[in-house]
Design a protein around this ligand. Sequence first.
Ligand code: PGA
Length: 248
Amino acid sequence: MRKNIIAGNWKMHFSSEETKKFLNELVPKVSDAKCEVVVCPPFTSLQVASDILKNSNIKLGAQNIHFEEKGAFTGEISADMLKSFNVSYVIVGHSERRSYFNETDEDINKKIFTCLKNDFVPIFCVGETLEEREAGKMKSVLESQIKNAFLGVSKEDVKKIVVAYEPVWAIGTGKTATSEDANNVIGFIRNVVENIYDKEVSENIVILYGGSVKPNTIKEQMSMENIDGALVGGASIVVSDFESIVKF
Ligand code: PGA
């Protein structure tokens, strides 16, 4: 049985004060959740989030990590820094990082290794743009994103990775992929994983869907065979929406 995970990607939202208010409201509302609940606040809110979540069922995630241990990398955050906040998950290779901050598959591969070495679960994002989809390149894009990111990752380690299929055209647009479409593409991702590793790995790896997930889309999405959970952006910073999604 694969784990169900609902993870909230807050992106660049919420000061520490806002984080405190939000989490104090959210924690009691999802205390009986049947799935793993994760929130990924901005770095500046990790301390306050860590304090509030300590005695809760909500796991803490970070939105990024640098692959080097330390050094002259202005503006970056290391694994050790994240460890002090009891971070469990790290989002790696989000399409906004790929497109606005020029993150390459090679960077993402290194970040995955850094996560695994430090016992963080990487939430590794893949997804095609609308142009790529319309040009019939979706499968080759996804395949190369996965192959490059998993380069050198052992069979034992790859099982610890959570994949998030996030079609770029569905992120923040209100245009969610249909559940069938998402299910089929995630099925394809499982085939790619099977070709690199084996059937056991592809059947056990947790794969989330992300892209305009809302309270009114989640139930059907979660009923799909291949979809194990969701990476939620916009709806994760509204308490009532995130609560409904967690209780799909
Ligand atoms: P969205 O974002 O739910 O606002 O579309 C999802 C994501 O970027 O992870």
